[in-house]
Structure formats: C-alpha cells, structure tokens
Design a protein around this ligand. Structure first.
Ligand SMILES: Cc1cc2nc3c(=O)[nH]c(=O)nc-3n(C[C@H](O)[C@H](O)[C@H](O)COP(=O)(O)OP(=O)(O)OC[C@H]3O[C@@H](n4cnc5c(N)ncnc54)[C@H](O)[C@@H]3O)c2cc1C
Ligand SMILES: C[S@@+](CC[C@H](N)C(=O)[O-])C[C@H]1O[C@@H](n2cnc3c(N)ncnc32)[C@H](O)[C@@H]1O
Length: 645
C-alpha cells in the first residue's frame, strides 16, 4: 500500500503515521520557496554552473522538488543539469502527489509529469527523467541513513524536511545527520524550518555552521547554514578521489546501444563526442537485431540482476518515450513470461509497488497468449514491451554534441603521456580520432581494444539467431492474410526463448522468434539448424503459434538474422574505468549480454555519473558490481586469497 495520507479541512496533507503535517498550513508553496529554495541561496547559487546537485531528506509529496524544477525552468542562467536526490521511507501514491500540487496551478503541468512516472517505487533507487534528461530526480526509497550509504556524491544544496523532530526524531538523529554530512562538500548550503536544539547541535557536531533566520509566520525562525567543518571532511568510501573532469572531448568506439547511449549521456553533459564504428551504418552489430524484448528479470530473492534490470527497464522506457515513435519503433505492450518450472518466480512481498512491475498472469492473459489456464504458469510484466534497437541507436546518435563516423575500424589506442590525449588508430596506424577520453563500447571486440593488464577483458562471444516473417505470410508457405489472428499471442512472450507477435515494418507487421545461444562463437552466418532450433523452442513456448507457423518453418520460409552477444563471466555489464591508474581516461561500457535493450541506457548514465562524481542512478553496491576492476588480475588474486580459492 502507498503511504496513507489524510487531507485536512484546510487542504493540508497530514501523516497519521507521524502525526504531523507534510507542509505548513499557511502555504506549502511559500515554505518551499522561502525556507528551502531561497534559504539555500537558489537560484542565484547555481547560475551558469554546468550542474547542480540537491539532496532532500523526506521527498513527501514532492512539493520542494516541483518548486525547484519550476525555478530551474524559469532561470535563463540555469545549470545544464539539475540533479535532485530525495530520500523517502514511505512513498505516497502518485494520486496524492498530484493532489498535493492541485492548489498551485503553476506547478500542475510539472506535477502531472511527475505523477506519470511515480510507479513501482520498491525499496532502492529510481531515476526519473525530465526535460530531455536535464532534470534528473533520483528517488532513494528507504530510510535516509541507510540509502545515503549507497549514494556517494557531493551535494551543492541540502533540504532537510522530515517532519518535526519531536514527531520523527529518527530522520534528525546524529547518525542520519552524519550520513547527510558525508554527502556534502565544504560550502554546501543547508536549510530547514526547524530550529530544535537537538538539530542545531547535531548539525554543528557534523561540521555545519548554522544560523537562525527570520521564519515564515507563524514560525519565528528557520535554520540556514553551510558545511564548513573545522576538520578535513572524510569522503564516502566510494566517492571519486580526483576532482570530476569538466566536459571536454571523448571518442566512443562502437555505435551499438552501449556506445550510442554513452555518447548521448556525455553529450547531454556538454561533451563533444565522436562515435566511431567499423560498419558503414550505426547498429551494425548485435544492436541490429530487428526487434527484441525489454523486460525485467525476476527472482524469488530479488537478486542484484533483478534489481539492476528494473533500473534498466525504467531507463530505457523513459528514453524510448522521449526519442522514439511509440507503435512504430517500440511499444510498452507488457510481456508474459512463461515459468517453465511452474514456479511464479516472483518475490513473495506482493506489495503494490511490486505489482506495478509484475504479478502472476491472469487466466485472461494466459488465454490471450493461447495458453490454456492450468496448463501453464506465467507471470505478467506490466513494464515491458518490444523495441527496435537500431531505431534507438539512431535516435541517440542525433543528440547534441555527437558526431558519428562510420567505416572506422579501431585497431589500437595510444595515449600521449605528456598531454594525456588519446589517439585511436586504424590498422595502418593512421589516426581515426583523438580526444581526452576514450570509451570502448565495441561489444566482443572490446576484449582486446580495451585491454586489461596484459590479458584483455574477460569477455565471451555468444552467437544468436532469430527467425522472423511477415504476419500476412512472406513466402509461398506463409499463412494467408488474416488467418493468423487466432494463432498469435496478443503480446510478446518469453521464458523459453522469445516470441514477438507483431512489430510494424514497411512491408507489414512482422513476427519474430528466437533466439539461439551458442557460446564462444562469433560468426554471423545464418544457419538452417538455428532456424530449426528456434522452431523447437517455439513449440515449447507457444504450441499453438508453433503449429500455425510449422509449414513456414518446414519450407524454410522464415527469414533469419544473426548477431553476437558479448558477455562477462558473471553475466553483468562492464561499466567504468579500465585501470584508472595505468590508463587514465580509458573507460569501457560493454558486456550487455542478452539484455542490452534493458541495460545500455542505464549503463550510459552510470558511466557519466561515475565520471562526474554525480548521484548514481542505482545503488553504489550495484555500480561496484559492474566495475571492470572486479576482473582485474589484482582484484581476482585478492578475491582468491580472501576466499581461499
Ligand atoms: C539473436 C539475439 C537476440 C537478442 N535479443 C535480445 C532481446 O530480446 N533483448 C535484449 O535486451 N537484448 C537482446 N540481445 C542482446 C542485445 O542485442 C545486445 O546486448 C546489445 O545489442 C549489445 O549492444 P552493444 O552496443 O554492447 O554491442 P553491439 O551492438 O554489438 O555494438 C558494438 C559495435 O562496435 C562496433 N565495433 C566492433 N569492433 C570495432 C572496432 N574495432 N572499431 C570500431 N567499431 C567496432 C561494431 O561494428 C558494433 O556496431 C540479443 C542479441 C542477439 C544476438
Ligand atoms: C514533511 S514530509 C516532506 C515534505 C516534502 N519535502 C514535500 O516537499 O512535499 C516528510 C517526509 O519524510 C519521510 N520520512 C520520514 N522519516 C524518514 C526517514 N527516516 N527516511 C526517509 N524518509 C522519511 C516521510 O515519509 C515524509 O514523506
């Protein structure tokens, strides 16, 4: 259940849990503007800065966020990127958030956009994207002290807004204030409306210099201050040691989903990016897949992969909605996942936020997939659908700051030690491009290009082939027009391979079945035996559909597309610096495995966030789980020593 909120007669939202109002009865808007925005010297403080990062404890109904976003929109000197990170232990419903802004018509258009993105707020981080990626709201769902441990960034501004200390002492206790202080740099401005002795003392103990200022009536005082400890502040363990770079120049090698997403994330931050690819057109590798499914992973224990995949699905859905044509390039149809072992596969919590993501498939959904109820076990993914990856690649490459260059096969990378400039060379030793930074996103070819100590990155090639055809039949054995309506599911189905029933193309609607999975093979020849294997998979996944397509498969009717996935030993992507000490400025973003449509956009944002020391779009432990250094020879030796292996 979303947090219960009572609406008092004067229209103020009230928390029965804490016995306190969410905002001042005399005007939430005035409180947001005066206490928090102006109390922290905004908007003047952020003028002409490349980025501004705000941390709020207690997101509540998002009023402070909306007011800040509105001020950002109205400011001609606004920063290029506004990060708003908010903690929230008890998320309110989207409807209550909208209702909370209803009295303020100037905020309503923003509140409606916010409301539309407030779904599925399970514990963990949720990155909500606005203004084409220039306003990033990271909701950290959980207790403030705990979630800030997973968010090692330096805030420029802090809003403390967690109910009255007498009603909710936990969010003001010294441990939570210390966690806030760890997210501050010297000079970070802080504001709140409470002047409780315990808060003033606690803030002073944590290194904040605070003063009382005139309050909004009926309150006499507010509190403002800045982080200026008498000691050298201790950094969060994972915070970047070096000052983050100013946007400059970057070469990205590889114009698949990973490279294009990296380029777009850097371009949005003001980088000039050259994207090189060996092929003449973008998406010439695995991202040339005609269509694939975007679907979260589920597991009873909600594993790291499951949580990561949810962050990724949310990122891709938002990016697709912003850049692509729904219905033509992608569609959030929902996906039915067959559970071949009969287990539901879902975590047992069954919360409302969890059900926004997935639930046990209903008999009606099973029927729409032509699966008889009782014979099949399945879960239904609400936040899922199909997408044409090449369309997303093309759209990402048109983002500002990106220059695409095809027919450019990188063979070697060379860094000038004196200037720090990287040069990307072709087979003849000619320079293809040069820049301050290189990101290798070349799929399986990243293995040697990015190096790793002397042995290269530990990547595996996994060949795959899909079979596809036109719904109205594209060969002599194809089904006649309209005859396939009752034989195809109403939406994509996965769980034993995938089947996508209907993707529009210039020649008519297409179906697609796949995919084969052959380790350590990197050729893209189309093979008849893989067509047969796809058909056999389909017979298990969707027997009725397979029966309908049997004649087409037997006559060799369906077409084929083959590509090479690139996977790491633990099947998680590799995102981050290759070896910050030995090869500064060389980063990698690859190993998307079988889930590039889910991971690539998120990984592009993660790379940019790590580079700039920005708030992370996912918990730090997940970011660390994706760091290439986990496979560096030294880390591996250390792991072996620690585990005695
Ligand atoms: C059959 C099949 C089905 C799949 N189905 C799904 C699905 O349903 N859902 C899903 O999420 N994922 C799916 N995937 C996985 C998904 O396609 C990949 O994870 C994703 O496309 C990888 O993107 P990438 O940018 O890392 O790699 P790629 O798209 O392979 O891009 C790498 C690029 O680097 C370029 N390059 C390589 N070497 C060099 C060089 N030396 N110099 C310059 N450029 C170079 C290549 O030309 C290529 O364009 C599928 C993959 C296959 C093969
Ligand atoms: C006063 S309201 C915040 C109002 C909000 N800033 C706004 O603009 O609408 C306080 C919020 O803090 C949340 N909260 C309380 N204790 C918390 C904790 N320990 N960690 C995170 N959030 C907490 C409450 O659920 C509530 O939503």
């Amino acid at each position: 259940m979303a947090e219960a909120i009572e609406w008092l007669a004067d229209g103020t939202p009230y928390s029965p849990r804490f016995g306190d109002r969410y905002r001042s009865e005399l005007g939430g808007l005035a409180q947001s503007r005066e206490v928090f925005l102006h109390g922290c010297g905004l908007p003047a403080a952020w003028a002409n800065e490349p980025q501004w990062r705000i941390l709020e404890t207690g997101f509540g109904l998002g009023l402070n966020f909306l007011v800040t976003w509105q001020a950002w929109k109205a400011d001609p000197r606004r920063p290029r990127l506004l990060h708003f990170v908010a903690t929230e232990a008890h998320p309110a419903s989207a409807a209550d958030v909208l209702r909370g802004a209803a009295a303020h018509p100037e905020l309503l258009p923003l509140a409606e956009q916010l409301q539309a993105r407030l779904w599925g707020l399970l514990p963990g981080f949720h990155r909500l994207v606005f203004e084409g990626g220039q306003v990033l709201l990271t909701l950290c769902i959980g207790d403030t002290q705990a979630v800030l441990r997973e968010q090692p960034f330096e805030a420029d501004t802090v809003y403390l807004d967690g109910f009255s200390p007498s009603k909710n002492p936990g969010i003001w206790d010294i441990h939570t204030l210390k966690a806030v202080a760890r997210c501050c740099r010297r000079g970070t401005r802080i504001a709140t409306w409470t002047v409780a002795r315990s808060v003033v003392d606690g803030l002073a103990q944590c290194g904040f210099v605070v003063e009382k200022t005139a309050g909004l009536p009926p309150k006499r005082d507010n509190l403002q201050g800045q982080f200026n400890p008498r000691w050298a502040p201790r950094k969060a363990p994972q915070a970047t040691a070096a000052p983050p770079p100013r946007p400059s120049t970057c070469v990205v090698i590889g114009a698949g989903l990973a490279g294009a997403a990296t380029a777009a994330s850097l371009g949005r931050r003001g980088w000039q990016v050259v994207v090189l690819d060996a092929c003449e057109a973008p998406a010439g590798g695995a991202s040339g897949l005609p269509a694939g499914v975007l679907v979260p992973h589920v597991s009873p224990d909600d594993s790291l992969l499951s949580r990561l995949s949810r962050c990724g699905v949310r990122a891709t859905l938002q990016q697709a909605a912003a850049l692509l044509q729904e219905g033509t390039d992608w569609r959030a149809t929902g996906v039915l996942e067959r559970r071949m072992d009969g287990s539901p596969g879902l975590p047992a919590d069954g919360s409302e936020a969890g059900r926004d993501w997935n639930e046990i498939a209903s008999p009606q959904q099973l029927a729409q997939a032509l699966l008889a109820n009782g014979e099949a076990s399945a879960c239904w993914h609400h936040q899922a659908g199909w997408i044409k990856p090449a369309r997303l690649v093309q759209a990402l490459l048109t983002q500002p700051g990106i220059h695409w260059q095809g027919g450019a096969q990188a063979t070697r990378l060379k860094r000038d030690a004196a200037t720090g400039v990287w040069r990307v060379l072709d087979a003849k030793g000619h320079s293809l491009a040069q820049a301050d930074m290189v990101v290798v996103a070349a799929g399986y070819a990243s293995r040697l290009l990015a190096g790793h100590g002397s042995g290269g990155l530990p990547l595996q090639a996994i060949r795959g082939q899909v079979s596809w055809g036109l719904r109205s039949g594209d060969g002599p054995a194809g089904p006649p027009d309209g005859a396939d309506e009752k034989a195809f599911p109403a939406f994509p189905v996965n769980g034993h391979g995938i089947f996508i029933p209907c993707v529009p193309t210039g020649a008519g609607p297409m179906w697609l079945a796949g995919a084969s999975f052959e380790r350590d093979q990197d050729d893209t020849q189309r093979r008849q035996q893989d067509q047969q294997a796809n058909f056999e998979r389909l017979q298990t996944l969707l027997p009725t559909t397979a029966q309908h397509l049997a004649a087409a498969f037997q006559s060799g009717g369906p077409r084929a597309w083959a590509g090479v996935r690139c996977a790491s030993p633990d099947r998680l992507p590799l995102v981050g610096p290759v070896d910050a000490a030995l090869q500064p400025g060389l980063w990698v973003n690859t190993a998307m495995g079988s889930r590039g449509l889910t991971f690539a956009v998120l990984c592009g944002e993660l790379l940019a966030a790590r580079l700039h020391g920005e708030p992370l779009p996912l918990e730090n432990r997940m970011a660390q789980a994706l760091a290439p250094k986990r496979f560096s020879p030294l880390t591996l030796i250390g792991t072996r020593l620690n585990t005695g292996k």
